[in-house]
Design a protein around this ligand. Structure first.
Ligand code: ATP
Length: 439
């Protein structure tokens, strides 16, 4: 284990024995016993299912890593192996430091004990003595907002109450590693926001965080790095933006041209997210290829760029300047025109959508013919100083369903600049006025 890593996972695998009928389990047990006595290999009455297979990576101190993947891909299995609540079939997970894990609901809680007793018990397992925890109990109570329920057996709790207690305990035991499984996000919106804020505090204190989520947006907001697990295998591991981009591409893949996830990862290997702290200029960033580029009709977008009001392509725009997003598309004859929509979004380098517009919404722009079309979206640049990227897409929209014909994340990289100091991400021009209420 390298001195800088706090978690080191090598060739980790978990295999389950799947029995088609309950009596096969008994047959297996007996056959195994006999085989041991006779010193021979017994017949297998089960089939093997690898929930996780040959996974290796290391996590450094202070890193926040998102674990992404479809339902049943092996994320929870991986976390349980790291926490030591599950034994691996192959390989090992070495962990250095106190792990506070929020895995399944109420994991580690005794249903007969009260919330308070469970808090002491959980803390003790993590090496926090009762006296130390006593002084933190008021904070646990305040954070969990459980009130009198803290002294009720946890078997009487709702799933949301379980989650509140589990989270409150986890953040009050000084974790060096915090593991958060999204399965726990059963609280209401206010509590979820409160938890996210606290996770950021823990991050700022230098703890390492493993964050499991289906939501690419929250992974991008919180994590610098992402690990993509698919069917028990590690598909991709790297900077959060490109890895989640490739995962999204896979999730939206065309059913007909269904490719294996690893092929997408291979094809995109080597594409990195633009670095924000590098001293290299934007010119270099503009030479970067898109972060992701996919869809069922790749190639129909002929060009996509941001220009000023004189249609000159630029990479730096002033705050308050008029700008246009120009997308040229060649719509094939066989595509149904009625639901075609051209869309763009402006994202910051963390992947947050700041501006999104499509020809489909508000004043719908209909396409009357296939062939070459240029669409212009015009608006005033109200982005505060920083670096941004342009995302463009041609979609088929039917109500809330979207099929992507082509999607380019990072069609252009550009900067916004201003002489004024601004806060926030987006600063429209705001009219100020006052009303005199008393003389
Ligand atoms: N005890 C078990 N016996 C047999 N199979 C299991 C067992 N536990 C998990 N699995 C299987 O292992 C696979 C991985 O499960 P896991 O819970 O790790 O997935 P996940 O990525 O966390 O899913 P989700 O996003 O739905 O929580 C699934 O196919 C699941 O059915």
């Amino acid at each position: 284990m390298s001195s800088k890593s706090i978690i080191e996972v090598s060739n980790l695998g978990k295999c389950y024995e799947i029995y088609s009928e309950p009596r096969d389990r008994l047959k297996q047990y007996l056959a195994q016993g006999l085989a041991k006595l006779g010193n021979y290999q017994s017949k297998k009455y089960y089939r093997e299912f690898w929930a996780l297979q040959d996974v290796s990576f290391s996590i450094g101190k202070g890193e926040t890593v998102g674990i992404i993947g479809q339902n049943g891909s092996g994320k929870s299995t991986l976390l349980q192996l790291i926490c030591g609540t599950l034994r691996p079939t192959t390989g090992e997970a070495n962990v250095q430091g106190r792990i506070a894990a929020l895995l399944e609901l109420g994991a580690g809680f005794n249903p007969e004990f009260t919330g308070r007793e469970n808090a002491y018990l959980n803390a003790a397992i993590l090496g926090i003595p009762r006296e130390a925890m006593e002084s933190r109990m008021q904070d646990v109570l305040d954070f969990s907002e459980l009130g009198d329920f803290l002294d009720q057996p946890v078997k009487t709790y709702s799933s949301g109450m379980y989650a509140r207690l589990a989270f409150a305990v986890a953040i009050h035991v000084d974790p060096e590693i915090l593991i958060v499984d999204e399965a726990l996000a059963v609280g209401d919106a206010r509590f979820t926001a409160k938890c996210m804020r606290r996770i950021k505090d823990i991050q700022a204190q230098g703890s390492s965080i493993l964050f499991v989520s289906h939501d690419v947006g929250s992974v991008r907001t919180l994590c610098q790095r992402a690990i993509w697990i698919n069917q028990g295998k590690l598909i991709d591991d790297g900077d959060v933006f490109p890895v989640t981009g490739r995962y999204t591409a896979y999730m939206f893949r065309d059913e007909v041209a269904d490719e294996h996830a690893s092929q997408i990862a291979d094809a995109n290997a080597g594409m990195d997210t633009p670095t924000t702290d590098s001293p290299q200029s934007l010119v270099e960033e503009n030479s970067l290829k898109p972060i992701t580029h996919w869809g069922s009709q790749v190639g129909i977008i002929k060009s996509a760029e941001i220009v000023d009001e004189h249609l000159a392509q630029k990479n730096v725009f002033s705050w308050g300047e008029r700008l246009k997003v120009v997308i040229e598309v060649d719509i094939p004859k066989d595509l149904p025109l009625e639901n075609i929509s051209l869309a763009f979004s402006i994202k910051d380098l963390k992947g947050t959508d700041l501006i999104v517009s499509t020809t489909h919404d508000f004043d719908k722009l209909a396409f009357v013919d296939s062939g070459n079309v240029k669409v212009l979206f015009e608006f005033t640049n109200h982005l505060t100083e920083g670096k941004y990227l342009l995302v463009v897409a041609v979609e088929n929209r039917q109500h809330r369903d979207i099929h992507y014909y082509e999607y380019i994340e990072g069609a252009q990289y550009f900067a916004s600049e201003s002489e004024h100091r601004m806060f926030g991400l987006f600063q429209p021009s705001i009219k100020k006025s006052s009303i005199q209420l008393t003389p």
